[in-house]
Design a protein around this ligand. Sequence first.
Ligand code: GLY
Length: 421
Amino acid sequence: MKVLVIGQGGREHAIIHALSLSSSVTEIHAVPGSDGIAKNALCHNLDWRNFEDILAFCLKTEIDVVMIGPEDPLVAGLSNFLRERGILVVGPNQEAARLEGSKIFAKEFMSAAKIPTADYEVVSSVEQTLVAAKMKTPPYVLKADGLAGGKGVFICKALKELEQAAQELFVKKSLGLAGEQALLEQFTSGWELSYLIMTNGSEFESLPIAQDHKRLRDNDEGPNTGGMGTVAPLKISNELKRSIDEKIIHPTLREIQKRGFVYRGIIFFGLMITEKGPSLLEYNCRFGDPETQVILPLIDEDFGLLIKELAQGRLKNLKFKNLSAACVVMAAPGYPEAPEKGVLIEGDIGSESESSYFLHAGSKKNSEGQWCTSGGRVLNAVGIGSQVQEAIEKAYTQVEKCRWRGLQIRKDIGAKITNCT
Ligand code: GLY
């Protein structure tokens, strides 16, 4: 079977790594891929924005299934375009991808489905934001409506900070159209987990629950990032699992069916477990990054067959390995505000075993063939073990194999996992 993966980051490398271990898969292609991904896939210098080029490539190469990694192509309708032309695709159609593409749409959808989530107001000016804040207590959460590459959420401890965030969106227009409108939400406290399902729009299979670490620094301090590390599986009680399924997963799928959305792919539920039970923070319409890096090594199936069946609308009962996985994100100096590119990576980047390896996220080879940073999150050090502690230790041992000036990592990935249940 020939698979095409759209994307170029750590999540896509994790998907390609899992495909490379699938006996059903004979060829893996990536668009555009990266120098690191090129170790496991044939990379093609095409732009997914040119849908016709992607279609022509699929037809010429006789691709059996396309797996779309990031949200942007889904929100732009690449799934619809390819599906309508007979190509098997993993990923929701454009209408359903609005669950991630518009935070306002997602909140309206949650309200219609009676899903527990924080109260919100839609705002589009500094004045409106400050008026709406009067009905809430700090900290305030201001979320840009559109896709903002992880930069659209402002958690503000006081009104002054909220005013500055609103000015960023509505006066400086730092996120462009994505920040023309925003949600002002009540901050929800509790502990966060990443709950992902594979779904054909009506049935679903839950994947191992993961825990991300969103803040840059240890003890959840510093600015928000795309995610500094993950562990899985996070074991939760049967009661909590039932409550999540009843209050959040089933109502979501009922609403998807009611609206007639085509959904053959992944739904990522960003959940906050509060004193009152689970509350939905956000939907993502694709695998998480860096959640995928710790979820896929735990799936005890031929991943290639699994995604082909999913693209055909069929789900099978998933089996999982009795293992744990951890991923430590190694970030560039300046991440998340202004990651420095071109910093030389030293050490043994090729060092790998079955249970510890690097996935490439924002790395590339320079003109002299040396590895250097090319994005914010540069490498993902993955460890797999029979216990979560062993997985964490292996991931940190892997981290030591590479270094660069200004390398940023968190040293407490997974430290809280035992306190969460
Ligand atoms: N780790 C969060 C995300 O993928 O959006």
